[in-house]
Write a protein that binds this ligand. Sequence first.
Ligand code: PMP
Length: 396
Amino acid sequence: YSHHSAYESLIGNTPCILLPNLSEVVGRQIYVKMESWNPGGTGKDRAAACMIATAEASGLLPDPIKRGTEDFELTLHLHQGSFASADDGDSDMDLICEAMQHSITGGLVVEGTSGSTGIALAALAAVKGHACLVVLPDDQAGEKRVMLEVLGAVVHVVPTAAIANPNHYVNVASRLAARAASLGVQAVFINQFENLANFAVHFETTGPEIWRQCRPDTFVMSAGTGGTIAGVAKHLKENGKCRIVLVDPAGSVLYSKVEHGVAFASQQSERVLLRHRYDSIAEGIGLDRITKNMEQGLPFVDNAITVSDQEAVDMAHFILRHEGLLVGSSTAMNLVGAVRAALQLPSGSARVCTVICDSGQRHVTRFWNREFIHSRGLQWPRDGVGRIPECLQGVM
Ligand code: PMP
């Protein structure tokens, strides 16, 4: 990706550090790649920048504004004029018109996202002069929505639905992009789940960085789109003998795909899904299908581990107390997976690497909220004498 703004120049080259206290407890070295240090707070910055640059290079999006050489004001008014009057009662049209009020280039970035990718896309669209329209499922933390709006994106919240349903947030985004294109807008449906620029950027940047920084024996990661684990896994496998472990929340089909060759979640037969996609409080991870990005990584995944919500909560609190890091739900699951994988290796110098996906600051109303945790029938670790995550019970 290019470095035409401060935002873009801060993407990638994140620190990869040893967790001294967790490593001490486990008796193996546990490293974390700090993807939360990207400017948008997650590794999605890498994917978003690469997907936008690819769309610009192929002409799907207009070129970004060239600062200092163009009259922004004039162009802005030009585009505002043509989208000022929205059709009453046509909500798709209203959304497109509202978003296009903010387009300087005449380009429109559309995506269905559970949050983090939208935040990266919104910031990049702002600096490049494109409009941004984000479709969000209604089961995600409210602070993500607020952040998207602050960044200037138009946000459309839809009820959660299965991917086969035309009203699934990804399908709604696809429909909105097609509608905008039919109106003559240079609109692109980013489609992070199927867009292989996502996988490619992790293969080209995240994977090599991790190899240079800690040369892990095992790499452990959950999958949202699958872009990170697939790209990193391909690079690490090509470099040597690194084991790749996938971490999966309850209700996702990936564990069963890796361990049994069938994409299936037991909740599908028991009909106890709390929500349509998967049955976990983890945000941004778990899949109900095999995406193109995940497909790139499956041949390199050696085994999968499922992590319960309770163990993720316990781990998040443990890591705050032992390392001072406030982490989000997917990171907590990654850390449980890293401990389990580390315990499979000989004690001493064995090295496991996993990813700090985002900060707990993004999760204060759900994962880091005592009432919410109770509402899901889970225990809040600070209520009692202190809970130790199950994976550490034999070793402490
Ligand atoms: N969880 C969070 C919070 C994330 O931001 C990300 C991506 N950086 C992931 C999980 C993993 O995502 P993916 O499989 O789409 O690369």
